[in-house]
Design a protein around this ligand. Sequence first.
Ligand code: BMP
Length: 276
Amino acid sequence: MVTKTKTYAQRAKDHPNTAAKQLLETIDRKKSNLCVSVDVTRKANFLAIIDLVGPFVCLVKTHIDIIEDFDHDLIEQLQVLSKKHDFLIFEDRKFADIGNTVSLQYSSGVHKIASWSHITNAHPVPGPSIITGLASVGKSLGRGLLLLAEMSTKGSLAVGSYTEDAVKMARAHKDFVMGFIAQQRMDGVGAEGGSGTEEEDFLILTPGVGLDVKGDGMGQQYRTPREVIVESGCDVIIVGRGVYGNPNALDVDGVRRQAERYMKEGWKAYLERIGE
Ligand code: BMP
């Protein structure tokens, strides 16, 4: 059976990658394929938004380096919220350096990402050593890596043979690479002879999702959950500003309402995809 038409639960059952399995189980348990991206610069706002959207998400995506008043208490509180609301954490670090450097950036410094983030991501641009460098830190902790095979931005260079090579790199490191940041399913991409292989099940997490606008005036391009999940066969919708709006004038009910709206749209699209 093609991955696209399998249920999240079926895929979770025998998934060999720990983080992918955890994410698929969470999606199935919560009936949510929504990841909210919390791109705000103050700790209080960051935690408040996560507490509001927590019930509606399978995953919370962070850009930890944009928080101006970061401290270790923030990480402790984030972990408490992750348990309280049953979601995983994805630090959108977009590593892009040589193996030795990324292993240090992942394990050390102020943020010690590997110690708290279930999932992180990397640009394939340095080649396979970026995966082995990150795996040397994250694999024994049961972490998962997403490769950026495509981007949502206008004029992205991550297309064609670049995307194909990213998929080939992932195939060679399935124990640590759990999937892609991409705009469509990658089954069969870069594979000899066409269609996808039965035994591979990469998760596709997709940013650039919005119901009300088509762009942000800074290169971002939005598609609807239905376009992403049904038409492009992706697995998780990543939504930022569409959910939290203006972080400096947080509308508490609005944030909750939007999170629930995106969760419902994402799930409806998934049910359509699997034919239910
Ligand atoms: P928003 O929904 O507010 O546009 O936010 C999208 C989020 O996804 C941002 O955190 C951005 O860094 C991330 N992202 C993206 O938009 N496109 C990509 O191709 C890859 C990303 O990680």
